[in-house]
Each structure stands twice: as C-alpha cells, then as structure tokens.
Design a protein around this ligand. Structure first.
Ligand code: APR
Length: 272
C-alpha cells in the first residue's frame, strides 16, 4: 500500500490537470452508509432499492403524490436524508479539498448527494446525482435552496411555471444537462483521474473513466477505431476492486479506506 501511495503522490505532482471522481465510499467514514458495500442500503434492503427505481416515474405521473411521499418519508430514504443532514466531512473529504488548494486537483465530480465535499472546502464540485440541499426545475434547470421554495402548495412550481423537484437524481432520471456536459469535458480533458469510493456500476457516471481512458477515432464512415489512451493516469482508491480494476480501465487500485489513504497521499506531497 505504501509504495502505491508514494506512486499516486508522484503521479499527482507530475499531472497537469487532475480531477477526482467520488462515490458513497467517501462518506461511509462520515457515518453515511454506502449502497452496495456489505452494509449498504441496497445490499441490506432490496425493497428500498426497488422503490428507488420507481421514484422518478412516480414524480412524472403524479408529482403531488411524489412530494407528499418524499416529504413524509420514513424508512430508508427519509432516515437516509436525516443522516446526511447531520453528517460531517471526514479526512478523505478534507484531503481532496487540500489537493485543490495546492492546485493539484481541478475538480471533484461526485455521485454523492450529501454536500460533504463543499462542506470540507472543495470549491469546484460537480454534483452528478444532485444534492439533498437544493430544489431543481426539471424544465428550465434553475436550482433553489429549500428555504426559497414554498411547500404550502404541492407540487411547488418554478417561476417558469414548471413543476419543481428535489435536486436528487433518481434512477432513470436524466443527469442535469449542465452537470453532464461539464463532467464530460473534465473527463475528456484530464490527464489524471483519482476515483475514490465508488463501485463504478451506475451509468452514465461509470462512463466517465472510460471516456478518459479510451478515445474513438473515425477511420472512415462505419469504421471507428477505439484507442487506449496511455497519456492519462487513472487511480482507484477503494475498499474493493471494481469493474474498472478488472477491465484495466484504471492503472492501479490502492485498496483500503479513502479517509486513511487520501490524507497519506497529501502527506507524501507535502514532504516532496
Ligand atoms: N473507503 C474506501 N472505499 C469504501 C469505503 C471507504 N471508507 N466505504 C465503502 N467503500 C467502497 C465500497 O466497497 C464500494 O465499492 O465504496 C464503494 C461504494 O459503492 P456504492 O455503494 O455502489 O456507491 P456508489 O458507487 O457511490 O453508487 C453509485 O448508485 O444508488 C446509486 O445514486 C446512487 O450515487 C449512487 C450510485
């Protein structure tokens, strides 16, 4: 592990445009359960997972019922939001914020809806699956803080007249266009991608590392050649190997806890 931590510090120091991609494994050390780890929310509650897959459809078909359920939610989803609001950043979040402050990390693209990267001081954060801290208009894309939105009438409406939804992106819900486009630009433009605490099984997020690793060149109509980009370093920090590890999309996996490994990488960089 130590040699890989030193290798990651060296790779980061030599990078010109490093970004981080993160998942729920960043926040388990902040007492927020992940989804697919041994004690994950979906691992331990398949019914909750099935319900999560229907939530966006409910919103589209009956936004009032969606809001009544979401606001009154008990059980996993409601408790989950409560846990998130109480949570504090952990050393892993602070380490990524420090890498940004050192000018070594340009952006964090997170699947997490807990807002802990921003709480830890990261400035450029793309919340790929939205955030519990905002409400979004599904038509014009405007985002509002909860306190700006009146919930006297359900569903609440945007100034543009469309129905508002909490900013959290549900299964089958499109990724907000602004975040999607910016994330793809970052993935295509980076020369180092630090992937922390994600099982890398949910798409389209899991496409981002593949966009960084492979490029497609059109030889002629109908024949595209997929090339393996060797000028990008993809490093995983995760408790377990993922499909990115098995498929050789990442160069190496530092296996262990994000809250321990990431601060060690920062320490190595400070020593250099
Ligand atoms: N340090 C390192 N890795 C960890 C830690 C930790 N402290 N805790 C958990 N992990 C690993 C788990 O082993 C797992 O491989 O982090 C990964 C978390 O994977 P998931 O639980 O699948 O979470 P994530 O990849 O973020 O899920 C993606 O799925 O349900 C949707 O929208 C939800 O954004 C979420 C998406």
């Amino acid at each position: 592990m130590e040699s890989l931590i030193k290798r990651a510090a060296k790779d980061l120091a030599e990078s010109k445009y490093a970004i981080a991609l993160t998942g729920a494994g960043m926040s388990t050390e902040s007492e927020i359960p992940d989804f697919r780890g041994p004690k994950g929310i979906w691992t331990t509650n398949k019914e909750a997972e099935a319900k999560a897959y229907q939530r966006y459809e409910l919103f589209l078909n009956n936004p009032r019922a969606y809001w009544e359920e979401m606001l009154g939610l008990q059980g996993t989803y409601g408790t989950f939001h409560e846990q998130i609001r109480q949570a504090k950043p952990n050393p892993g979040h602070y380490a990524l914020a420090e890498l940004e402050a050192l000018g070594l990390l340009k952006c964090v693209i997170t699947q997490n809806i807990d807002g802990l990267h921003k709480k830890a001081g990261s400035k450029r954060v793309l919340e790929y699956h939205g955030s519990v801290n905002a409400v979004r208009c599904i038509s014009c894309g405007s985002r509002f803080a909860w306190e700006e939105v009146s919930l006297d009438e359900l569903p609440p409406r945007c100034k543009c007249g469309a129905v508002l939804k909490d900013d959290v992106v549900h299964f089958k819900e499109p990724i907000p266009l602004d975040v999607m486009e910016e994330s793809e630009k970052e993935a295509l433009g980076c020369d180092l991608m630090l992937i922390c605490g994600t099982s890398a099984v949910v798409y389209p997020f899991a496409n981002l590392p593949r966009m960084a690793r492979f490029h497609t060149r059109r030889l002629f109509a109908g024949l595209d050649v997929v090339g393996y980009k060797t000028n990008v370093k993809i490093i995983e920090v995760n408790a377990d190997p993922t499909p990115l590890t098995h498929e050789g999309v990442s160069d190496y996996l530092i296996q262990g806890k994000t809250g321990e490994i990431l601060p060690r990488i920062v320490e190595e960089l400070r020593k250099a």
